[in-house]
Design a binder for this molecule. Sequence first.
Ligand code: SF4
Ligand code: SF4
Length: 288
Amino acid sequence: MKECLFYSKQSDGEVRCNLCPHHCLIKPGTTGLCHSRKNIDGSLQSLVYGKPCSLAIDPIEKKPLYHFHPGEECLSLACTGCNLRCKGCQNHEISQVEPSDVEHYELRPEEVISLAIKYKQSIIAYTYTEPLTWYEYTFDCCKLAHEKGLKNVLVSAGYVNEEPLRQIAPFIDAANIDLKYFNDETYRRMSAASLAPVLQTLNILRDNHVWLEITHLMIPGTETEDEFRSMCAWLVENGFADTPLHLSRFFPRYKLTDGYRPTPIGTLQRARQIAEQEGIKHVFLGNV
Ligand code: SF4
Ligand code: SF4
């Protein structure tokens, strides 16, 4: 365990976590919504520090990043936990569980770097769940990776507060951020999150010159054509016309199975047409 950053002590032994917009008020002996930060005797502790549950070598295109070191591989790792509750989560077996429910490795940040070097990987990706909920581990690995000349890739839903993001941004070389919906109510209903913090994340990463690509999973029935068009217009107006946009095909999963079907290819093609009409220059269809 490791004491968390970004929290404050409250009365009666409770703590307030200020890492993400949920601002969980956590009673002694309990965890926040992401399951990975626990109040132990009035101190907020990361339960997953140094305990990745997934390790793999992936093509960088799998993140997806298409315009950042194409053709290269990256050491990819994840700890359990996520601060969102996406009903169609592809990785719910590791994102929506208690850390103790899943087997894990013991790997200090310096061992992660050694592993990357041993397997000739010059890029480390923090991915599969939500790397910002295991912020302390992600941060220490990123810092050490830069000291050793390696690059860091963040794959995230971008639901994080401003200060933690600004502190980690200088150590991130590239990020793929999910922009799931362009409607606050849908964000709440489908993912237990909200839109504004995600837009703020995109702006902060852009201002910090992090190479950005954006993923938009197209779940049938969750957005109108007007909403999608507004999202593309917002991206162009805010300086993301050159940012690759990945329109990802949905497949029924987790809580979105009954009555759900894969996104029709025609829907994705129509969306690409709209995105290009609005001025986005690099639009890719994913999972097809
Ligand atoms: S990071 Fe986790 S514990 Fe902290 S506010 Fe967000 S969901 Fe709650
Ligand atoms: S943000 Fe990603 S990992 Fe978290 S619940 Fe949503 S799809 Fe799953």
